[in-house]
Design a protein around this ligand. Sequence first.
Ligand code: SAM
Length: 253
Amino acid sequence: MTNRILENNKKSWDVVAHHFNGVDALPSYGPFTQTEEELGMFGEITGKKVLDIGCGSGHSLKYMEEHGASELWGIDLSHSQIKEAENTLKGLNPRLFQGAMEEDAGLPKSYFDYVYSIYAIGWTTDLAATFRLIHSYLKDGGTFIFSWDHPLYAHLQTRNGEIHLKGSYQQEGVATFEKFKGEDTQLTLHTRKFATYINELINAGFSIDHVVESQVPAALADIEPEVSDRYYSLYKARKFPTTLIIKATKRQG
Ligand SMILES: C[S@@+](CC[C@H](N)C(=O)[O-])C[C@H]1O[C@@H](n2cnc3c(N)ncnc32)[C@H](O)[C@@H]1O
């Protein structure tokens, strides 16, 4: 691994992994966001070969198995997450790889019906390379679905209930956190604009089928939110989408 951000992030994900056991996993697309049951982004899963990018603790792959997927493949940067996923998927014959999504880990090409990623794609240090690789893993006509923080959401900070713009949405770059989930460990995240996600998908050879800017899920629809200054809150999610979800198809060669 030649990339220092990746090397550092890998060490840190091994430290924070346990905070994400079963968090941000299908049927959830992310915090305060509609579920797969509400959105129906996937078509028929039965008999399909699926690959999870940033598979974390393996709970999304478990959901795929429960819905009849024929093969369960996953890749994650963190060794600890892969261990968790092995535990979650015990007896289900998963093919799990420890590696970076932006590097070729030797996964089969033109093989998968679905490649998907739940709240992991934004961690890539090279979005263009990641989308090109995902494109190569899919069969012609195969589907890629991902969810991630809405690119503007990360710039919205709530102070006493008022929402302010933090930093510059225009300026793409990196944000480094010195603490993550309360742990003293450094993680670096690239910030990107909405258009960058769309344009890199198109550049990689995808056509865009559907874009969702999330709403709060039906289960929370009737709850009156308290004013909150937390990064993720029902209060903030009622006013602005937390999550961006995109469904794209590999264009026929
Ligand atoms: C919020 S968790 C995703 C949870 C997961 N979707 C699930 O079903 O449990 C983000 C994951 O992305 C992984 N990750 C971060 N950077 C990565 C990279 N460059 N390549 C592959 N995985 C990465 C982390 O190790 C972590 O497991």
